[in-house]
Design a protein around this ligand. Structure first.
Ligand SMILES: Nc1nc2c(ncn2[C@@H]2O[C@H](COP(=O)(O)OP(=O)(O)OP(=O)(O)O)[C@@H](O)[C@H]2O)c(=O)[nH]1
Ligand SMILES: [Mg+2]
Length: 286
């Protein structure tokens, strides 16, 4: 990992302005989180940008996350009077709750309009860090692929208005991250899920940390996926990754393990949930 992850691509500053400029015509902001990092995957700047606008939180990619921890995070947010809806754009789980929950947040306004004989077109703006599934959620709500999605951050470039079923309009926005990361652990979690491009990270160091985490939180999944025979409980992340590389036959001349190849493989397999349903952070309850 670079010593201090300090960066802010120009398009993210532009997106911030895009969100701010469109906010006044929006009824509800839908903030999309990745269920595998329901805390680290929130951009703290959204509080400044969105301010008092009604906001709905959805935790997408629940199909990839650890169900038990998803429930813990829902409870953690509930204790803070925040409702989070777990959804999956892949399986369709929870999608039908999104619009009704958003309407509920502005019910009084909808009712006032109805009294005046006006039907209100609900205007929603999707925001979130890169790669969480903002465009996928729009496609799901529309029932068709109307906006481009992709398994890397930075797919959506400009803004895009899309209408659904005549009674709602959706605005897609590109993902944005905070300008800098004070907390390296948080930056790593973003990278594990693919919210930060691998190119700006040291993937080997990233995979070492991931192996440390999996050893403590998901040892059975790790052992079974890579058929590890040794006792990994006292091992360091890099030792575990070396073992994994050896099991997979990633050996270079001289019998050394190609840890870079092993690192990329483990990260890919984590992202595809091949190691298991893994959530990368656990809430702390007071
Ligand atoms: N397993 C799983 N994958 C999902 C889900 N939702 C989206 N994806 C995948 O995640 C990747 C990113 O989805 P996008 O919809 O492009 O994400 P985005 O937030 O619009 O990304 P940017 O526009 O780059 O900020 C794609 O490969 C999607 O297929 C989900 O619920 N489960
Ligand atoms: Mg997008």
């Amino acid at each position: 990992m670079q010593n201090t992850l300090q960066w802010y691509p120009g398009h993210m500053a532009k997106t911030r302005r895009l969100i701010e400029d469109n906010l006044k015509m929006i009824d509800v902001v839908v903030e999309i989180l990745d269920a595998r990092i329901p805390f680290s995957g929130r951009n703290p700047n959204f509080d400044d940008i969105i301010r008092n606008k009604p906001r709905l939180l959805v935790m997408n990619k629940a199909d990839l996350a650890d169900r038990r921890k998803t429930d813990m995070w829902i409870e953690w947010y509930r204790q803070r009077n925040i409702t989070v809806i777990p959804i999956s754009c892949t399986t369709g789980m929870g999608i039908n709750k999104v619009l009704s929950a958003a309407r509920e947040l502005v019910r009084e306004r909808i009712e006032r309009d109805a009294e005046k004989g006006r039907t209100r077109t609900l205007k929603l703006m999707m925001v979130g860090i890169p790669n969480v599934g903002k465009s996928s959620l729009i496609n799901r709500l529309l029932g068709k692929a109307s906006t481009k999605t992709g398994d890397k951050p930075g797919v959506t470039k400009g803004k895009q208005w899309l209408r659904i079923r005549g009674d709602a309009e959706l605005l897609d926005t590109p993902g944005i991250l905070p300008p800098k990361f004070e907390d390296q652990e948080l930056a790593k979690r973003l990278a594990y899920t693919g919210a930060i491009r691998d190119e700006i990270m040291n993937t080997e160091l990233l995979a070492y940390s991931l192996c440390d985490y999996l050893r403590d939180e998901y040892p059975d999944e790790l052992i079974s996926r890579y058929k590890l025979k040794d006792d990994i409980s006292g091992m360091k992340g890099y030792e575990i990754l070396t073992l994994i590389g050896r099991r997979r036959g990633f050996v270079i001349s001289g019998g050394e393990v190609d840890t870079e190849r092993a690192a990329n493989m483990v990260l890919d397999e984590l992202r595809a949930a091949k190691i298991g349903n893994i959530t990368l952070e656990t809430p702390e309850f007071m």
